[in-house]
Design a protein around this ligand. Structure first.
Ligand SMILES: NC(=O)c1ccc[n+]([C@@H]2O[C@H](COP(=O)([O-])OP(=O)(O)OC[C@H]3O[C@@H](n4cnc5c(N)ncnc54)[C@H](O)[C@@H]3O)[C@@H](O)[C@H]2O)c1
Length: 373
């Protein structure tokens, strides 16, 4: 079987999920090429060596430039912090590699445009890792909406809530520094529900938003006394109008005590509604307005049957899957795209669209007005 050598940059949280996906995918999915965990890269030799051993990579590197330049590598997988995405992805495209990049695609619209231009010029397969698109229940919702089963869509209501920085003594990690993260909750988790809105409902035509930073200063990492300025948002609320006339209402926060990685989506149409809750991710709630009058109500679709997207490759019906599987689905579709030489959604172009929306919401918050896209 054909093989594809993967070079992955970054080895922490996303490095772990991606390593697992590359390792698992050909054991379950009918891939057209087998991925080889060729080289893992990080700046700290000791750390990256331990990660290579733990996650099953064949080689290590401490310079991403060397991985990108290595002629043996076919795919560059970027799982590093946001400020590195553009430079690595553009270099990888120039070197003719297929590129899978974590979200948000870039720090700014300008960077994202340069990334899109680079992959287009080099004609390389590219994808942004918005893995939530490949939760089977979300892919099933997409199928139902695209088939017109919800009719005309009126509402896209989504919230993505966490609580890990409520403590004012929580340190100033990279996610709280704009020069590394771009934005805070906005680019980190609001980006996911913006992307899901575009995937499920369509393109937005205008947005209005408010970004808030509740804790303005935090302890500098490694210091007990010194504090540094928080330069990103802690929470963001967004209103929007889709081109098809539907309304968007989004809330994202890292200050929702008790909410760890809480994603809830409700879509209301003229023929029915769908409700998704990530904490019960194998289920999709469906209200069909055409049901007989005496038994109307939300029904539970357990999205674990072979007829549902992706799940047939896993276990017999009813045997649930979890978070890590969404990355396996993502790399499966990416591998197939690389073999065909044709990118699969969400592409860098999608990442750029998402970035333009993030940018417009920030602008709206600063200028206290609606912004057209
Ligand atoms: N798809 C998702 O649901 C999801 C979830 C979490 C994070 N992310 C994204 O994944 C990316 C990484 O997030 P994370 O949670 O894994 O962060 P993390 O802090 O756990 O890991 C970041 C990694 O990047 C490395 N790194 C940073 N700068 C580097 C450089 N110049 N050269 C080489 N390595 C460098 C760090 O050493 C570390 O290995 C971010 O863009 C984030 O937005 C996506």
């Amino acid at each position: 079987m054909k093989t594809l050598n993967v070079g992955m940059i970054g080895y922490k949280f996303m490095g772990k999920t991606h390593s697992n996906a590359w390792r698992q995918v050909d054991k379950f999915f009918p891939v057209s090429a087998k991925p080889v965990l060729h080289t893992i890269c990080g700046r700290d030799k000791k750390g990256v060596t331990a990660a290579a051993r733990q996650f099953g990579w064949n080689n290590i590197s401490t310079r991403w430039q060397d991985v990108v330049a290595n002629p043996e590598i076919d795919i560059i997988d970027i799982t590093t912090a946001n400020d590195t995405h553009a430079e690595i992805a553009i270099a990888a495209a120039k070197a003719g590699k297929a590129v899978l990049c974590e979200k948000p695609l870039a720090l700014t619209v300008k960077q994202a445009e340069a990334m899109v231009a680079a992959v287009k010029k080099a004609k390389v397969v590219n994808m942004v890792c918005h893995n939530y698109r490949r939760i089977p229940a979300i892919a099933q919702a997409k199928k139902m909406i695209a088939a017109g089963e919800l009719g005309r869509i009126f509402h896209y209501r989504a919230r993505y809530l966490q609580d890990w920085i409520v403590d004012p003594e929580f340190p100033l990690v990279w996610r709280l520094q704009s020069q590394i993260a771009g934005s805070g909750t906005h680019g980190d988790i609001n980006a996911h529900i913006i992307d899901l809105g575009r995937y499920l409902v369509g393109e937005l035509s205008e947005v209005c938003g408010h970004l808030e930073t509740f804790i303005k200063e935090r302890p500098i990492m490694g210091s007990k006394t010194k504090k540094g300025k928080v330069t990103v948002d802690d929470a963001v609320i967004t209103l929007g109008r889709f081109k098809n006339g539907a309304l968007a209402c989004l809330e994202a926060s890292r200050f929702a005590l008790g909410r760890k990685n809480h994603i809830q989506i409700e879509i209301n149409g003229s023929k029915g509604s769908l409700v998704f809750d990530f904490e019960d991710m194998n289920r999709l709630k469906y209200y069909n307005n055409a049901d007989p009058a005496d038994r109307m109500g939300y029904r539970d679709i357990l999205v674990t049957e072979a007829v549902h997207p992706y799940v047939g490759a896993w276990w017999p019906g009813g045997h649930i899957i979890g978070y890590e599987h969404t990355f396996v689905h993502t790399v499966f579709d990416f591998i197939q795209a690389v073999v065909k030489g044709k990118s699969v959604q969400p592409t860098f172009e999608d990442g750029l669209h998402d970035q333009k929306i993030l940018d417009a919401v920030e602008k709206s918050s600063k200028q206290r007005r609606w912004i057209k896209l």
